[in-house]
Design a protein around this ligand. Structure first.
Ligand code: ZN
Length: 491
């Protein structure tokens, strides 16, 4: 299948300081992130890009959600016990009260790597800057020597997790460090699979084709072509990514289940899903694809940018930017698919969320969903989300009638969206009939997923959703009840 726009929280650094050469105030992140509402594939590719809206407005919304920041940060669902059972030769040492001790100066030099010009001389225990860097890049952990032992560590859930390794301090141990890390990673994968009834795709397998918005033959490109230069392959996840995945699944279960009984497949992808004229976007964290038929799997993709993201809501001042939050958003799409497999939302939910739905004229072409959606404005008009193109992956809205036909300035039908009346994102923020928890409201499905991520976050984020966005909260209840009915029917 085509992999298209994904979910990617706005990056805090970008948002706080928009590039000076960007007159619109949008960031690179905004320009390169994937489209949200893709009217050709709204259900088929329930993907997203949190950052395809006015980023500052979005962050304002996130901050509004966090009316009590310290409380928000203080009450998250328990994270998975990532380090609970790593094997007999590995002891655990983690906790918020631990003493920081990062080993002798040589090792700190090794960790800071190139910046300190340590050259290639051997450090304690045979560690070299290159080896320490390789371990960090491959497994997402810091390698140091602590209390006379090799020590692996990473931050997640607001605390530093440490794994001492019982190996002699010698360069002969370096291959064994990798072996240990591979074993730890594989054990975590097996545990998460067993605990949540999902599968994690093993590395180096074809995982779909990258969507290149600038390809001339974009509409005709072969799908499912492993030899395509844009092919995406699966990779081994880092330990912080697995931590984030477990954290998100623990908070969102049972919505990771599927109504067809085929386990959700999680793929850690080695490439971003989307390219535009600015190149390969590094902002895409994750995306979701519903099954393509009764025998197909529902799929959750996690992209390379995830390895550099804060793992959980507790690891960032803006919980909505964490990898776990993005994964919960994607699980929300799985919940929607379980509840409404044909993409048709009930009128009650559409009314609550301020959208209309209409038949997609391109259905049942490959990759097309039966329904598309448009947002309702306060003055009674309807607007669909603009399609991504080579120049800009997303942005803006165009006017449609109740059947989804593009409308020109005099209310006349026009041949295609480029000729229709447009509305900017900033204007839509003011004009939409309903208000939304975040700036990512390209379709009712995205509103529901953003709501689901808040609902499954902290007790405070759930309560904030209930109080400030009751219409979204109530719509989520309907989706959850429908999902439960679907599960019950399969029993
Ligand atoms: Zn989404």
């Amino acid at each position: 299948m085509a992999l298209t726009p994904p979910d990617a929280p706005a990056e805090a650094s970008n948002v706080a300081e928009p590039p000076a050469d960007n007159a619109s105030g949008r960031t690179d992140n905004v320009l390169t992130a994937g489209s949200g509402f893709d009217s050709q594939r709204a259900l088929r590719e329930l993907f997203t890009s949190v950052s395809n809206r006015d980023a500052l407005g979005q962050i304002n919304d996130i901050l509004k959600m966090r009316s009590a920041p310290s409380a928000v940060m203080g009450a998250f669902p328990p994270a998975g016990d990532l380090l609970a059972d790593l094997g007999s030769n590995i002891q655990l040492a983690h906790g918020p009260g631990e003493t920081r001790h990062d080993g002798p100066p040589d090792i700190r030099l090794a960790q800071t790597g190139e910046r300190r010009r340590t050259g290639d001389r051997n450090l304690n225990g045979g560690l070299t800057p290159d080896f320490v860097k390789e371990i960090k890049n491959t497994y997402g952990v810091d390698l140091s020597i602590r209390d006379g032992k090799y020590n692996l560590s990473f931050r997640a859930d607001g605390i530093k997790h440490s794994i001492p390794l019982e190996l002699p301090l010698s360069s002969d141990s370096l291959p064994k460090i990798k072996e240990n890390l591979d074993q730890i990673t594989q054990k975590r994968i097996k545990d998460i699979e067993a605990k949540f009834g999902i599968t994690i795709k093993s590395p180096d397998q074809f995982a779909g084709n990258q969507d290149d918005l600038c390809r001339a033959d974009k509409g005709k490109r072969p799908l499912e072509n492993p030899n395509d230069p844009n092919a995406i392959r699966s990779r081994q996840p880092s330990l912080p990514e697995l931590y984030a995945l477990e954290n998100a699944l623990a908070a969102s279960a049972p919505s990771q289940r599927t109504a067809n009984g085929i386990p959700l497949e999680v793929t850690f992808a080695d490439r971003a899903p989307l390219k535009d004229q600015k190149g390969e976007s590094q902002n895409h964290l994750a995306s979701y694809l519903p099954p393509d038929g009764p025998n197909d799997k529902a799929k959750l993709f996690i992209y390379p940018a995830a390895a550099k993201s804060p793992p959980t809501d507790r690891d960032t001042r803006r919980p909505g930017e964490s990898l776990a939050s993005t994964i919960r958003h994607e699980i929300g799409h799985n919940q929607q698919f379980n509840a409404f497999p044909d993409g048709k939302l009930p009128e009650s939910v559409l009314n609550q969320l301020g959208f209309i739905q209409f038949a997609n004229p391109k259905f049942p072409d490959r990759g097309e969903s039966p329904y598309n959606y448009a947002i309702q404005t306060r003055d009674g008009r309807f607007f669909a989300r603009s399609e991504p193109d080579c120049k800009s992956a997303a942005g803006g809205w165009y006017q449609v009638d109740r059947e989804g036909n593009p409308l020109g300035p005099n209310g006349e039908k026009v041949s295609d969206p480029t000729k229709a009346v447009k509305m900017k994102d900033e204007t839509m923020d003011r004009m939409s009939l309903r208000k939304y928890p975040t700036g990512y409201y390209d379709s009712p499905l995205e509103v529901l997923s953003e709501g689901f991520a808040a609902f499954t976050g902290s007790a405070q984020s759930r309560e904030s959703l209930r109080i400030r966005f009751r219409h979204v909260y109530d719509a989520l209840q309907t989706v959850e009840q429908e999902q439960q009915r679907a599960f019950d029917r399969k029993k």
